[in-house]
Design a protein. Structure first.
Length: 97
C-alpha cells in the first residue's frame, strides 16, 4: 500500500502542476485571473501537503506521529485558506441586482 500512496503523492503534485499550466495558458486577468491564481495556489499546497506527510514519516522517519499529523493538518488548512480566498473572488463577478 505504501507504493500506491507514493504514486498518488506524485499524481497529486503532477495534477497541481498541470493546473498551474492550464491557468497560465488561460490568459485571464483581473478578478478572474486572481481568483484562479488563489485557487491554484490552494490546490498546489494541498498536493504538496500529502507528499510532505509521506516524506515526514517514510524518509525522515519522524517518530512523533501526533506532531506529524498536526503539521500535515496545518499545511492542509493553509491550502483551504487559499481556496476560500479564491472563491471569495468569485463574488466580485456577480452583477448587482
Amino acid at each position: 500500500m505504501q507504493i500506491v500512496n507514493i504514486v498518488f503523492d506524485f499524481v497529486l503534485c503532477f495534477t497541481a502542476l498541470w493546473m498551474i499550466q492550464v491557468v497560465r495558458k488561460s490568459g485571464l486577468g483581473g478578478v478572474m485571473g486572481n481568483t484562479l491564481g488563489y485557487i491554484t495556489i490552494g490546490a498546489v499546497v494541498l498536493g504538496v501537503a500529502h507528499m510532505l506527510e509521506t516524506i515526514t514519516f517514510e524518509v525522515i522517519k519522524l517518530q512523533d506521529i501526533p506532531l506529524g499529523e498536526f503539521l500535515h493538518r496545518c499545511i492542509v488548512l493553509a491550502g483551504f485558506v487559499f481556496l476560500i480566498i479564491g472563491m471569495q473572488g468569485l463574488s466580485k463577478l456577480r452583477r448587482p441586482n
